[in-house]
Design a protein around this ligand. Structure first.
Ligand code: SAM
Length: 472
């Protein structure tokens, strides 16, 4: 029986509930009165249920689809303004005992180079990332209790936070490692992580088991219930995601929203972020083998419908996607992007030799961070390196209250401008700096609270004079 309050995966992602939601959606997709009702509810900015959102995703009435896209764009502006948070992945180790059929790290892959960063390697990698201007990382690792035990991950986090090179610092480390137990989640929390991210890959249990034929990840319930254990361990910012292309996108979309509803119902706080990766070519992996690939148009519609269904949840797009796809979905709802990413173990310090590749997948957007920052500003966005909420303890429901209070323009907006200013002073090219300084001047005017505006202006002048790390 479907039960969003249950702690059992098969009850909060109940297969029959997904199927009946999809049936209802396909029957009613062009019931324009119903679609209008759903859109009217969405305009109240409190989100939608999975049943309602599934109808919007299915709707193919041209005028209504345009309304869906317009509304997503509007909600994106209302909740996130024009700020885009920037981060980079850092691959710690590609040793893995799992058999995931879409991932080149699967243990049977004998031709991929296996690598694991030592603490000295981490210093080199993080120094290279700091020299680009990064302040936020998402650490990534394969699952391997011998090579990558939790102690190794914790030691890496400690090293990352300890590195202070020139004006550089990593101020927030998000973690994307395999599902683990409450005790380990507690340790990650104590190590000061930001968001715990775990992609579900697919919510469809039968497919999940086929796609993960061997290894600890084979256990669907253990994987799907991971976020509940993470929350029990004290981590209140968790990031969901599915790997689009593995299963039918309508199924994944519905189940993803059911997962968000479950977290909100049980823990009082929904996911902090949702990621929307699509399968990519990789060593030993041909994405065309998976027949549920989705077009860019459907992908954009999924992003728009997620934005409408969970307006308070951040959305992440990686460099798996091209510049043009990223541009489209940033407008429709994405709030965080990675920049200048390397998916290899050790790839920031030194490019890998052709016969020594450890990459997880091919990157589409290969631009430098300076190019990404400049591009965002030319599109009218403020690239933000802000990590203030997490450092001020505004996580979980406290972050959500900030979002809901409408104080973003008095808090996140100046924080974004101050961290952008740091980037411009320390890392930007001359051209990017010029564009950025003009943008900051213009954007400071938008701060409604005069006191906040004055302080932000003073802090930015201080950054000009060499001081760093201001925040509201
Ligand atoms: N091993 C961990 C786990 O089990 O969740 C950590 C994550 S892994 C380093 C990061 C993510 O990359 C996976 O969750 C998966 O969704 C994604 N991924 C794997 N193979 C991929 C591929 N060929 N193309 C795109 N993304 C892929």
């Amino acid at each position: 029986m479907y039960n969003p309050k249950s702690l059992k995966a098969e009850e909060f992602i109940e297969h029959q509930e997904v199927l009946s939601t999809l049936e209802h959606a396909s029957k009613n997709k062009n019931d324009l009165q119903l679609v209008d009702q759903i859109l009217a509810k969405a305009r109240l900015k409190k989100g939608l249920t999975h049943q309602e959102a599934a109808v919007l995703l299915d709707c193919d009435d041209t005028a209504k689809v345009k309304e869906i896209f317009d509304l997503a764009e509007q909600l994106k502006k209302d909740f996130y303004g024009n700020r885009i948070v920037i981060f980079a992945p850092l691959y710690l180790s590609n040793y893995c005992v799992n058999g995931c059929v879409y991932c080149p790290y699967h243990f049977k892959n004998k031709h991929i180079a296996r690598k694991k960063l030592s603490q000295d390697d981490i210093v080199r990698e993080v120094t290279a990332l700091q020299d680009m201007g990064h302040k936020r990382l998402a650490i990534e690792a394969g699952e391997d209790p011998v090579n990558n035990p939790i102690e190794y991950i914790l030691e890496c986090i400690k090293t990352i936070y300890s590195i202070k090179h020139k004006n550089g610092a990593i101020r927030r480390v998000n973690v994307n490692i395999a599902a683990t137990n409450v005790e380990n989640y507690r340790k990650l929390k104590e190590a000061g992580i930001g968001t715990y991210i775990l992609f579900q890959e697919t919510y469809h249990k039968e497919s999940y088991e086929k796609l993960h034929p061997t290894g600890p990840k084979h256990n669907y319930a253990y994987h799907t219930e991971a976020m509940d254990r993470a929350m029990e361990g004290g981590i209140d910012d968790v990031g969901l995601g599915v790997l689009f292309g593995l299963e039918l996108y309508r199924y994944e979309f519905t189940a993803l929203l059911m997962h968000a509803e479950h977290l909100e119902t049980v823990h009082g706080v929904g996911p902090h972020t949702i990621s929307v990766p699509r399968i990519k070519h990789a060593d030993d992996i041909d994405p065309n083998v998976f027949d549920n690939g989705i077009s860019d148009e459907i992908f954009a519609k999924i992003c728009a419908c997620i934005r409408i269904a969970v307006p308070y949840t951040g959305m992440i797009i990686s460099t798996r996607e091209s510049q043009s796809v990223r541009e489209k979905v940033i407008r429709l709802g994405v709030s965080q992007v990675s920049g200048a990413s390397r998916t290899s173990v050790g790839g920031y310090y030194e490019p890998e030799a052709e016969d020594d590749k450890s990459e997880q997948f091919d990157v589409s957007d290969k631009r430098t961070l300076d190019e990404v920052v400049k591009w965002l500003m030319q599109l009218g966005y403020i690239p933000s390196f802000c990590t203030a909420c997490y450092r001020e303890g505004r996580t979980g429901d406290r972050f959500m209250s900030l979002c809901k209070s409408g104080q973003i323009l008095n808090c996140c907006h100046p924080n974004a401008l101050m961290t952008l200013k740091e980037y411009l002073e320390d890392y930007a090219s001359k051209d990017t700096k010029q564009i950025g300084d003009r943008l900051i001047e213009k954007e400071l005017e938008k701060i409604p609270n005069q006191k906040v505006k004055k302080t932000a202006t003073e802090d930015i002048n201080q950054i000009n004079a060499g001081k760093r790390d201001f925040r509201f």
